[in-house]
Design a binder for this molecule. Structure first.
Ligand SMILES: [Zn+2]
Length: 145
């Protein structure tokens, strides 16, 4: 596995789902994206991804993790089933799972203000190509010991 310079911890509110985002950027080098869609806007959901990195998710029990899909059904919004917090999102593109994390699920704060992102005009093809270029390319889910 590749070694990265930083490991940013995060997770849900109750601690049943935690993760480490391994990447080469410190938090102050990352800009969250505030998606303007009808799902994300009312939830004030802001997302963070890196084009190279690895997301290691740890769940106390896989039953605590549940997926919610909507819209184009090309992404799974992964929630903690205990505290109901959205933690990360995955999308399978050409058989390869990519992901991003919810900014609010990071343990430490990002200082940069979020950039508004409106993807409503995208075609499905454009959407998947954008994710393939920008989303975290490596994702593992482990059960906590
Ligand atoms: Zn939780």
């Amino acid at each position: 596995m590749t070694d990265y310079r930083f490991q940013h911890p995060g997770g849900c509110a109750c601690g049943a789902v935690t993760y480490l985002l391994h990447c080469n950027q410190d938090l102050d080098e990352l800009t969250p994206r505030a998606c303007q869609c009808e799902f994300c806007l009312p939830r004030e959901a802001r997302y963070v991804s890196v084009a190279d990195g690895r997301l290691e998710v740890r769940v106390r029990d896989r039953r605590y993790l549940y997926a919610h899909a909507f819209g184009t059904f090309t992404a799974d919004f992964m929630h903690c089933g205990r505290c109901n917090h959205l933690v990360y999102v995955t999308s399978e593109i050409d058989g390869h799972l990519r992901g991003l994390v919810l900014e609010q699920s990071l343990r430490d704060d990002i200082t940069a203000p979020p950039a508004e992102a409106d993807y409503d005009e995208e075609s499905l093809e454009q959407r998947l190509a954008r994710r393939a270029a920008n989303w975290i390319p490596e994702l593992v889910v482990l059960e906590q010991k």
